[in-house]
Design a protein around this ligand. Structure first.
Ligand code: ANZ
Ligand code: ZN
Length: 877
């Protein structure tokens, strides 16, 4: 039977994302396309995304994060590199436990079900992961190594136990995580939460403070904002410890100050409520004792300390100023922390804002000891210059020997003087605190310690690891099932063999996320990592949320150094380049409710109305056709019901469209506003690309390109192609500006749409262009590219093994240039001149241009300035 292709239904010609995506994914699976091995002969590239918490289903934030890394990974492999892109699950943590308590399911079961569902969703999106390296951090084969590491750190003194404050729920008789305390009350019992001190485990990150600070200078590929946040968190301060003698006390009262230049302005000393001197004074002073008890109860965070009302009380104690010999009072102040410096401060109300407020409140003397030109000091009115040590015109005044000195000069002078008389010493202080890793919750890695009544805290010996967390548990109330189970706790001491108890605290989940980057490199290793780690590490690119800028990224850098110092890795930093992606935001819609609350409607259920200029005029609920209010663009969240479900979007448009939109709608580090009109635009673009390729393929194989024979329009098309290749390569590679790369591909397709040339060489140019577009867009839309590649007549293959297109400089040479022509400063026309045209030729062409000639009628040309390649400027009158 004769088959007339032109009249046959053109089903095959249109784009069916679901089938295309399934076909590509099947091929990748069969080929094991993204499984990788170490290959020292090739340059490696390790691209890592922050591992997801298996909360139940992917949200758009995940889609964005993981699409960015997938685009980078596929691009890097097209450059010829050996690319590792792994995926796993940050599987321990509170939500699983809370869900278990509510729904009576074991956290393990809940977690593994979620993982299965989310893995399916990941696969549907077509991410090029090496799934053979997958793990969940709640798997004993994973956490056993961090238990082993912890026992080694204990032996080195880098892990230790001391008392620290926790949230205690007096009704449920358990410790609560901060997230389980809502408005000061237990999330289940509603009881007022108390602060309690209990023994907890810490890692000595403070020993690494200087290294963690210095290391930031070796990371040019990290955003400055993240490095600044880390520097501030580490908080290195250079200062002096200065001793004030207290008559009748054998020990001096030592204060830590970063401003010794203000020493002569110290009019009192402030100490923390927990300071031994305050405690001692309280023994004979019931009013002070009551004040201290009250201070303690407050239990506020450091951030709250900055803003809360300043309160204090005179202890009655006097301290002797080390230079003036004057007696000054010692006060307890609520803003002095026992855990920082020495827990005592020389108060300089003239130049420290907190002291200023305090002194004004309690009528304590204020003395000016710093001056700057042209400013007067008013002890009733705080001004920022009072505390500014960075101004070059600040000088010490009213301070004897120190007068006229700058901050630095005064610092050095006093440091030497006080050191010589043993009244002070230089000291570096850190804001960073040791990392508290104990959690009193169940769903975490058991801390591998045995408490023996005679031997103390004994690390679990290596051959008894892992200490496995029982998974088949039932909660009775909220208490951790391992704390509630005497059988689980009961054990024998590995040292003396006597009866002993297991530690029932579990690790902070930041522990697992501190070393997973290394574990991916050494799947199934019978150790934390093996030698493979040094082929892959440090990772070349890390992609994740800015919310992890401080804690996770600091712990992660710290833990990498712990592993280095155990001889496991040979690098100092885990990751060389960091990209922190922006949030995914969307419009919110609501109706007011009778009770004064708001009911929020999902954007998927609302139609937005626009005027003919595209401006939003209102919105209606599809279900009833009645209006809803527009509540403004916000981060996608459950509370505002403005989350868009990735799965439904993938079902409707296909994975490639969702991927393309999430990369096109915004630069990666900025907020991305989800709007379905934009998604439809991406879908149209892909359909159009598909149609172009299909139509081109339908016309049969294109002839071989013969560059020498191309005409002007063909050369122009080729020039646009190669300019696009250059731009897209630079945007995706160096600039990580994915949205502009996609825009350049769209422009190129527009140009190709206008390139109406069915001649043999016209078709050859079209073939070259479409082939390049399919490759350039492959990182974003790998499934469509996989199919289009074959439509263009190539064999089915893993497209990342094709070389990334390289721009041909010869194709980018312009034969002619467009120049603007101005007459007396006004643009009057544009002219095309050959690229090799002289200034005289350009001038002649400008004068000959009809529009310009008309302007020049009746005028005398006074002067002509030609800026080659840009403009011809004619002055006439
Ligand atoms: C006198 C002084 C005068 C100070 C002045 C500041 C300005 P950073 O830079 O964060 O290290 N301080 C010391 N220990 C403290 C504690 N335990 N609780 C609260 N404040 C404490 O801050 C160091 C400064 O913070 C120190 O320098 C001290 O006040 C205060 F014009 O000493 B300063
Ligand atoms: Zn023992």
């Amino acid at each position: 039977m004769q088959h007339d292709t032109d009249q046959a239904p053109r089903e095959a010609a249109s784009y069916h994302p679901a089938a295309v995506e399934e076909g590509a994914q099947r091929f990748w699976n069969e080929q094991r396309a993204y499984e990788v091995k170490e290959d020292p002969s090739r340059e490696k590239y390790y691209c890592l995304s922050m591992l997801p918490y298996p909360s139940g289903a992917l949200h758009m934030g995940h889609v964005r994060n993981y699409t960015i890394s997938d685009v980078i990974s596929r691009y890097q492999r097209m450059l010829g590199k050996n690319v590792l892109q792994p995926m796993g699950w940050d599987a321990f943590g509170l939500p699983a436990e809370n869900a278990a308590i509510k729904n009576n399911t074991a956290p393990a079961k809940w977690t593994y079900q979620n993982i299965d569902h989310m893995r399916t969703q990941f696969k549907r999106l077509g991410f090029a992961y090496d799934w053979t390296r997958e793990f969940a951090t709640c798997d004993p084969d994973y956490y056993r190594w961090e238990q082993l590491m912890f026992t080694r750190l204990m032996k080195k003194g880098l892990a230790y136990r001391r008392n620290a404050v926790v949230n205690w729920d007096p009704v449920d008789h358990t410790v609560l995580a901060n997230e389980q305390v809502i408005d000061g009350r237990g999330w289940r019992s509603g009881a007022l939460v108390e602060k309690r001190e209990i023994p907890q485990w810490f890692l000595r990150i403070t020993d690494y403070a200087q290294q963690l600070l210095d290391g930031l200078d070796t990371l040019p590929g990290w955003p400055d904002a993240v490095k600044t946040m880390q520097r501030n968190w580490i908080g290195r301060s250079e200062g002096l410890d200065i001793q004030f003698t207290v008559p009748g006390e054998s020990d001096p009262l030592t204060v830590f100050t970063t401003r010794p230049d203000t020493l002569m302005g110290a009019t009192f000393v402030s100490i923390a409520g927990e300071h031994p001197l305050a405690q001692k004074a309280a023994q004979s002073n019931p009013v002070l004792a009551a004040f201290l008890a009250n201070l303690r109860q407050g239990g506020v965070s450091e951030a709250e300390l900055e803003t809360q009302e300043k309160r204090g009380m005179d202890t009655g104690i006097k301290a002797v100023h080390p230079v003036s010999g004057e007696d000054i009072p010692v006060w307890v102040a609520n803003f002095v922390l026992m855990g920082y410096g020495t827990g005592a401060v020389m108060a300089v109300p003239g130049h420290d804002e907190r002291d200023f407020e305090f002194a004004n409140k309690y009528g304590l003397p204020i003395r000016q000891v710093i001056a700057v030109e042209g400013e007067t000091f008013d002890p009733k009115q705080w001004r920022d210059w009072y505390s500014d040590k960075t101004r070059s015109d600040m000088r010490v005044v009213n301070s004897g020997d120190l007068d006229g000195k700058s901050y630095r000069e005064a610092f050095e002078f006093l440091a030497s003087k006080l050191e010589a008389s043993h009244l002070g010493s230089r000291r570096v202080n850190w804001r960073l605190r040791d990392w508290g890793v104990s959690r009193q919750r169940y769903w975490g890695c058991p801390i591998p310690v045995i408490h023996c009544p005679s031997c103390g805290d004994v690390p679990v010996p290596e051959d008894q690891l892992p200490v496995v967390l029982p998974q088949d548990v039932a909660f009775s109330g909220v208490v951790s099932p391992i704390k509630a189970d005497p059988e689980w706790r009961k054990t024998t001491c590995p040292t003396c063999g006597g009866p002993a108890e297991r530690e029932t605290d579990t690790f902070d989940t930041f522990m697992e996320s501190s070393w997973y980057v290394a574990r991916y490199t050494s799947p199934k290793a019978n150790a934390m990592v093996d030698e493979r780690v040094n082929y892959w590490m440090p990772a070349d690119q890390y992609v994740g949320g800015i919310e992890h800028a401080i804690l996770h990224l600091l712990y992660f850098r710290f833990y990498h150094r712990l592993m280095r110092d155990e001889g496991m890795v040979n690098s100092d930093e885990p990751v060389t380049n960091l990209l922190t992606q922006g949030m995914v935001v969307a419009e919110t819609f609501y109706r007011d409710e009778a009770n004064g609350g708001k009911h929020w409607y999902n954007p998927a259920d609302v139609d937005v109305l626009r005027d003919d200029r595209g401006r939003i005029t209102g919105a209606i609920l599809r279900e009833d056709g009645a209006p809803v209010h527009i509540g403004g663009i916000e981060k996608m969240s459950k509370s505002k019901n403005n989350g868009v479900d990735p799965q439904s979007m993938v079902g409707k448009y296909g994975a490639d469209t969702v991927r393309l939109f999430s990369m096109f709608a915004a630069p990666p580090d900025q907020s991305l506003e989800w709007n379905e009109a934009g998604v439809e635009g991406m879908s149209r673009f892909l359909r159009r690309l598909w149609r172009e390729v299909q139509a081109h393929a339908d016309a049969g194989a294109a002839p071989v390109l013969d560059i020498a024979s191309l005409d002007g329009a063909q050369k122009t098309m080729r020039r646009q192609l190669h300019e696009a290749i250059a731009k897209v390569g630079d945007d995706v590679g160096r600039r990580q500006s994915f949205n502009t790369a996609i825009a350049a591909l769209m422009e190129l397709m527009n140009a190709l749409g206008k390139f109406d040339d069915a001649s043999p060489q016209g078709r050859a140019v079209r073939q070259e262009t479409l082939t390049a577009v399919v490759l350039l867009i492959n990182p974003f839309t790998p499934h469509a590219s996989h199919a289009l590649w074959q439509l263009l007549g190539h064999a089915e293959t893993v497209l990342e093994d094709q070389a990334w297109p390289v721009a041909d400089p010869a194709a980018m040479v312009r034969d002619s240039l467009t120049l603007a022509v101005q007459v007396n400063g006004k643009l009057r026309g544009t002219i095309e001149v050959p690229a090799a045209a002289s200034k005289e030729d350009a001038e002649a062409a400008a004068k000959a241009d009809p529009a310009v000639a008309k302007q020049l009628e009746g005028l005398t040309i006074r002067k002509v300035i030609v800026v080659p390649g840009k403009i011809v400027n004619i002055v006439a009158g």
